[in-house]
Write a protein of this length. Sequence first.
Length: 160
Amino acid sequence: MHEVVLRRYRKLLDQGGPFPDLILVDGGKGQLSAAYAALEELGLANLAAVGLAKKEELMFVRDRSEGIALAAHDPALLLIQRIRDEAHRFAVTFHRRARTLRDLRSELDQVPGVGPRRRRTLLTTFGSLAGVRRATREELAAVVGAKLADAVLAFFASRP
């Protein structure tokens, strides 16, 4: 939390603002303390922040040691929960997409002439990248043709 807040508000300082009226922190006392430590490092300790602990749905502020419990149907609590849930949805979506893009990449993408369809064909036929590396010229040529088989072999020969 400290690192994220430090990076975010250092960037905001460099850009000259504008600064928020309220910072919502996803977490309880510990996360809120880490956020305030980062803000103090940047000279922004005057900014207001609250933390929302998910399990108990307690709000935490800097100058109270105990959490603030709002009624379960309080509009303020519902708004803060929706903001938190949207932040979670956004983060999860981002990480899923990043993981998907990362997992879909292959060394085969760097071979000239190998696109998504041929990559999939090679990986399906030979089982893995290691299987493609072990394949003979004849085996590769039977799947993708002689010219591309030579390109694949040359690519892997140039790599340890």
